[in-house]
Design a protein around this ligand. Structure first.
Ligand code: AMP
Length: 139
């Protein structure tokens, strides 16, 4: 869809901090992370949510999740992660393009469902980006 933000990210019409890409999936750092390393995984092809995504796209996306989550958790020195999929406005979906949140977690990370944390600066963000990407490359 031409006016969809995540379609524009998928087509590289607007920049994002990409950590993983294949033919049909893109994963990038969330611009307003709930915790540091918070990653969003999207199918490149537009669909509104998991009720309308093509079955094969959803199956492929879910197969990629463990690989990305493992790298996100390891690179952010976390103990676990929340996997979150908001479907529909009432469920908190703001971007109407199917996506899965991978939110790395540590004990006492003060994660709250609303609000977000900030990276100290762009260097810290880039360091998360590079660490996750290099951890992915080694997996
Ligand atoms: P949801 O509320 O499930 O629709 O989540 C949408 C997510 O997309 C939010 O966590 C936003 O912070 C994130 N987001 C919005 N714009 C961008 C962007 N340009 N780059 C990366 N993440 C974004």
């Amino acid at each position: 869809m031409s006016d969809c933000l995540f379609c524009k990210i998928a087509k590289k019409k607007i920049p994002s901090s990409i950590i993983y890409e294949d033919d049909s999936v893109l994963a990038f750092l969330d611009i307003n992370p709930k915790t540091k390393g918070h990653t969003v995984i999207i199918p490149k092809e537009h669909s509104e949510n998991i009720l309308t995504i093509k079955k094969e796209s959803w199956v492929h996306l879910t197969q990629v999740i463990p690989k990305i989550a493992r790298a996100v958790v390891k690179a952010s020195d976390s103990d676990g992660f929340n996997l979150k999929v908001n479907n529909g406005e009432s469920a908190g979906q703001e971007i109407m393009h199917t996506h899965v949140h991978v939110i790395p977690r540590k004990k006492e990370d003060h994660y709250v469902a609303s609000g977000h944390v900030s990276y100290g600066d762009d260097n810290e963000k880039m360091s998360y980006l590079e660490d996750i990407k290099s951890t992915l490359d080694k997996s």
